[in-house]
Each structure stands twice: as C-alpha cells, then as structure tokens.
Design a protein around this ligand. Structure first.
Ligand code: ADP
Ligand code: ZN
Ligand code: ZN
Length: 673
C-alpha cells in the first residue's frame, strides 16, 4: 500500500483497546511537538483519550478513512520521551497493545482526560532533628559503591537478612541523590507496607517532597502525585509495582526492596514484572539500581553470581543480636494433637510463662480445607472451579477461595444422607480453636484475610499486637512481611512440607523466602527469637540451609537443579493460556496455535533451533469460575530468539479467529504455572 500524502498533519495515537495497533487521526492544529500529549479522539460511537506517539505527514491509510482528532490536551506537560520508550519496551517485551500499557501506566483520572485540582503547597517542615545512624563498615561499603555509580547503569544486589540495615543503606543513597538535585524511585511489594516505610522516609527527609503511588489511593491523589513527579516537584516516589511507570525527569536512583516478592509481577492483564521494568528503566536512563532482599530471586542471584549485577552483602544484623535459632520438629514419630506436636505446645507454653508472644504460621485460612462424608466419599467441591469448598465455621459457611462463591454447611451428606460428615484438615480458624482450648488463659488472635478484611481491621489487629494485648498470634502469609513485633520470640510453622514436593519448580524458592521472612519476625528487639518448623523431612536440604541461615547454599543447589532441568534462569519462558467453557475448546485453540508456531519455526532457521514448543496441557487448576483452562509452554535459552519468535507468533494469533467464547493471553516470564 502506498502512503497517501495529505496536507493536514496526522496524529498517531495509542488507545486503550485490546488491539496491537495504533490509530491515525487528522489534526488541523497539530504541532510537531505534540508527541506525549493526551488527545481526545472519536472511537466507534464514543470518544476516547489516548496518547500521541507520533506526528506524521502521511498515513498508510487513505485520507478519507481518517477521522478528525478532537482536542489535544496541552494542559499537562508532555509525557517525556523516556516514559514513552519505557511503555513501548514494555508493550514489545510482553507482547501487549501499547495503548493498554499506557492506560495502565497513567493514573485513571489522567487517562480519562481530566486533571486533578491543585492543592496549595504545604509549608515545608521546620528543620527537625534528624537522627541518622553511622553506617557499619559493610553498610558503608555498600553505600559507597552505589554512590560511586552516579550517572551509570549499574545494578546492585543488596543481600542481607531482615534487620541487617538494608533500608538504612537505601536512605543514605537516596540522601546523596537528593543532594545532587536528582529524584529517587523506591518500589515496595505491598501497599500495606508503605505507610510504615513512608513514615521512616518522611522522618529522614523532612524537606523533601515524597509522593506515594499505589492503587489504593484516591483518584485525585494518585493523579496529583503523578503530576508532581512529571513536573519535577517530587523528590522521592515510593510505591508498589505500578509506580515504576511514574515519569521522573531528574531520576537518579531506583531502589526495589524485597525484589524477590511475587507481587512485583502483575498476574492479570498486562503481566509485567515491575522489578524487571525497573532494571530496564535504570539502563535506559543510565542510573544505578539497587535490588534488596534477604532471599533474592534466583534470577537476580544468578546475575549477581555471573557478574552482571554487583553483589553487596550485609552479613550481620545492624543492631547487635543473634539471628533466630531455627529448629525442625520431626513429626514422623509423634502422634500430633490437633496438628500440633508436644514440642510446639511446650514452646508456646514457655513464651506464655515469660509474657512473650508466639506466632503460629499456617498458610491456609478457614476452618478446614474440605468437608467430607466418610461413608460415601463425598467431598465439598465448588460447582464453578476445580477446587474444594473451604469450611468457614466462624460464619457457618463453605466458601471457594478461588471464585468466592458460598453456600451453607449442609447438615447431612448431599449424596447419601449421612449426618456424620466432617471437616477434614486444618485451617487458621481450627488452629485458633485448638490453641484457645489448650491455653484458656491466653489471648489468641487470628490474622488472615478473613479477620483483616479491611485496612481498618488490619490496623486494629496490628495495634493489638503492639499494645501487647495478644499472647498467641495465628497468621497466614499476611503476617510474614515487614512487621516488627518486639515481644514476639517464637515463630512456629505448620504444613510447610507441601511446598517441598509441589509441581511448580519455584515452590521451594518461595518456601525458603517465606520461612526466612516469617522467621525474621521473631526476636527483633532485645529478646532472642526461635523458629520451629514442624516437618516430616527434617533432613531436607532446604530446612538444613534454613537452620544454618545459609541462603548461598540453598541458592547454589537450586541453581544446579534448574540448570540440569533447563529451567529459568537458564532458559526463558512464555506461556500461552486459553480459557473457554470446555477444556476441549481451550486445548483445540492451543493446538492450532502450536501448529502455527511450528510453521513459523519451520520457515525460520535463524531462531528455529533455539525455540522449544511443548504440548498444550490442562492447567493444574483446570476449571476456574466455570471456565476451563489450558496452557502451552514455549521455551528458549535465548531471550532475543524468544522475543523475535513471540512477536511473529502474536501477529498470527491476533489474526486467527479464536471463537467468541474463548479468551487467551500470553504470559512472558510467567511466575505461576
Ligand atoms: P533491613 O532493611 O535490612 O530490615 P533496617 O535498615 O530496617 O534493616 O535496619 C534494622 C534496624 O537497625 C532499624 O531499626 C535501623 O534503624 C537499625 N540500624 C540500621 N543500620 C544501623 C546502624 N548503622 N547503626 C545503628 N542502627 C542501625
Ligand atoms: Zn455421603
Ligand atoms: Zn470456585
């Protein structure tokens, strides 16, 4: 098709529509410098707001097919070219429409073409006394290395257990970046953790403008923060994964705390990794980036081993004290009482007698994972998912943890009428009941997504722990992260073994991180902590490494296994997933997609030999909300080869008719299988 010369300038616009293309509009008053402005355009029967990505003299489309753009919104500064480049990279890498990437990167208000009302500037705080500890030698060395990397892309892995003083290193590095008139971006895994950190950052930098960026903010506040950053007023942006898209014209340093945390990877829509985008951004802008963790992801650890990242290690706790003592309780030879060993009961009792707190960690909420009939074998299953209905005795309901649907608890077996049906297995509610019965004098508190289902309740639960109104805490992974309980000296974990033999090759990595993290909750103040792991495999290398606090050893074994099995970080993966009312439809779509992929490979020697296509298989949770799901794995030892292949393959997939009932998506670098 030959381009049609047109006298009116043309705006090429990225729009929030699920199509991998851009849209051209005629625009009489377009100016060459309009790239990066938002613009209103007619779309179908309605209007949309998009971002101008190019101003052109001609379009591939005939002029009479082009509609006229509406108003160019020049009331906000242009989105800078590095922001556009970041979005473009993200769209390419994750094979996602650019307009959808930008729609995610922009706060909802700005995406709708609106602007927040400006607030008056707060008077800057009176110069308060800032207490800044003198860094220990290891911290000092880490800080000096980061500081020396000014104006250069250099990724650092700051490896140190909870309490080793990583945050203190970040704060020093940020301080010197601010002193040079630059901005800092700090990513944290969870909204729940931001207030605590915000407080610490604000206390350290009373005169800096700190913007928080996460999806829990009101629309106007989020848009205002984005504008503060864009217009260069913000000094520090602190936020969850989406804050990686905050435009920062003077950016001088990026920090990703708890870089291993799975929440940096979005699990729906645009399945991006904010950590990986952060590294890319640092590279684009030639600034240092610090990834911090006690248990780095094996991808990051691998880079630190092969020299692509610089390893900075903090080997001791900052405030002199021993790390918690970790022990396994061998449950093979002991009859457990309601799931708990005598040693665990004894350890809790001991804490009670000393007025200290215990935390029993069980990553399964509800009363029991299933209700079953012993006489006919019936079990409570969800009608819509390939999952069991979980018994919630607290409100006498059964609930599916995957789709949220509920029902009452039947009085008798729905299949055979047997009235003697039982909850099987153990969840946090049942554990709460057990411990309350066993220790009637103790104050028992359960913290999980049921008891802390709002920020207010969550706050109240934390306050109760801090006010020492709790003796025994029962918690899921919600409690594992970042909370500092000075009176807590015992952490017990139940049911950890399941992850040792899970099908997902990342399960051990996650278990190790979780147990390290949960162990880090104990003994943070002057009281020494203890971690007890109930297990049938006390000699398992993972537990042995935990006992020795030896992440290096654990990581080395894991990397060896991954290399032998050909898993990441030694290969790169992408998953094509499909869901439809029946599994046959999903599998059929994937089979067709696979055939198309094979044809591509047959015609392209360049990368064909680097790409492995697997067979379509039903997903482990093969039914979710009445949709049946299957997936197809593509793997390559070469990232460029995989990228080149995916780009071509996606064109074919978008072009092929999928059928109305079928939905599909591609997940690049998937974390979950
Ligand atoms: P991490 O981020 O690794 O968990 P933090 O930076 O939060 O560690 O440090 C843990 C505790 O030790 C904090 O209370 C912090 O104020 C304190 N701390 C850190 N570094 C020092 C230091 N050099 N001197 C004294 N206290 C320190
Ligand atoms: Zn029955
Ligand atoms: Zn369900």
């Amino acid at each position: 098709m030959s381009p049609h010369p047109i006298s009116t300038p043309i705006l090429r616009v990225a729009l929030d529509v699920p199509l991998p293309r851009l849209f051209d509009y005629l625009c009489g008053d377009a100016q060459g410098e309009d790239v990066g402005y938002r613009v209103r355009v007619p779309f179908g029967r309605s209007e949309k707001v998009g971002v101008v990505v190019a101003v052109l003299a001609e379009s591939e489309q005939p002029a009479d097919k082009l509609k006229a753009a509406g108003e160019v919104l020049r009331d906000m500064p242009r989105l800078p070219s590095d922001w556009l480049a970041l979005c473009e990279f993200c769209a390419r890498y994750y094979q996602h429409p650019l307009g959808e990437v930008m729609a995610l990167a922009l706060p909802p208000m700005l995406r709708k073409g609106k602007l927040p009302r400006r607030l008056k500037d707060k008077a800057s705080a009176a110069a308060a006394e800032i207490s800044r500890p003198t860094l220990h030698p290891e911290q000092q060395a880490a800080y000096a290395a980061i500081d020396a990397a000014e104006n250069a892309f250099q990724p650092f892995l700051l490896h140190g257990i909870t309490g080793s003083g990583k945050t203190e290193v970040y704060l020093h590095a940020i301080e010197s970046v601010l002193a040079r008139g630059r901005q800092a971006l700090m990513l944290v895994p969870e909204i729940a953790l931001t207030p605590q950190l915000e407080g610490r950052v604000a206390a350290r930098f009373p005169n800096a403008r700190i913007v928080s960026a996460h999806s829990g903010l009101a629309d106007a506040a989020r848009a205002r923060g984005f504008l503060d950053a864009l217009e260069g007023r913000a000094d520090i942006v602190l936020g969850t994964r989406l804050s990686v898209f905050t435009p920062l014209p003077r950016l001088g340093l990026i920090v990703v705390d708890e870089e291993h945390d799975a929440s940096f990877k979005q699990q729906e829509g645009l399945r991006y990794s904010a950590r990986d985008m952060a590294v890319l951004r640092a590279k684009q802008l030639n600034v240092p980036i610090v990834l911090g963790s006690a248990t780095p992801s094996l991808e990051t650890w691998y880079h630190a081993q092969n020299g692509r990242y610089t390893l900075l290690a903090l080997t001791n706790r900052a405030v002199a004290e021993a790390p918690p003592r970790v022990r396994c309780i061998d449950t093979r030879r002991e009859k457990l009482q309601d799931g708990l060993s005598a040693a665990m009961f004894g350890a809790i009792e001991h804490r009670l007698s000393r007025g200290e707190q215990s935390l029993i960690f069980l990553n399964r909420r509800g009363y029991a994972p299933v209700l079953a009939c012993p006489s006919c074998g019936w079990v409570s299953t969800c009608k819509r998912c390939a999952a069991n209905m979980v018994v919630h005795l607290a409100d006498r309901r059964m609930r599916c943890h995957h789709c949220g649907c509920e029902s009452h608890i039947p009085a008798a077996c729905p299949d055979c009428g047997n009235q003697d049906i039982h909850p099987f297995g153990r969840g946090t509610q049942r554990l709460e009941e057990t411990l309350a019965q066993r220790f009637p004098q103790a104050r028992v508190l359960r913290v999980d997504r049921d008891s802390a289902n709002s920020p207010t309740k969550w706050r109240a639960l934390l306050d109760a722990v801090h006010a020492n109104e709790v003796d025994i805490l029962i918690g899921t992974q919600m409690l594992a992260k970042g909370h500092d309980f000075p009176k807590l000296t015992l952490v017990g974990t139940l049911g950890a073994d399941a992850a040792l033999f899970a099908a997902d090759f990342r399960a051990p990595e996650r278990l190790f991180a979780q147990l390290m993290q949960v162990g880090g909750r104990s003994g943070r103040a002057e009281l020494p902590g203890e971690v007890l792991i109930q297990t049938e495999y006390p000699d398992h290398p993972l537990y042995q490494a935990l006992i020795e606090h030896d992440f290096e050893r654990f990581a080395a074994t894991q990397l060896e296994e991954r290399e032998q099995a050909g898993f990441p970080p030694y290969t790169f993966q992408a998953l094509l997933r499909a869901e439809a009312p029946s599994i046959d439809q999903s599998l059929e779509f994937l089979a067709r997609s696979r055939a198309a992929a094979q044809a591509l490979l047959d015609n392209n020697e360049q990368y064909a030999e680097h790409i492995s296509l697997y067979d379509p298989v039903p997903m482990r949770m093969f039914r979710l909300m009445s949709l049946e799901r299957a997936q197809l794995l593509v793997e390559s030892p070469s990232r460029p080869a995989l990228q080149a292949f995916l780009t071509q393959w996606m064109e074919l997939l978008y072009a092929q008719k999928a059928g109305r009932e079928l939905r599909w998506h591609l997940d690049v670098d998937p974390l979950e299988f």
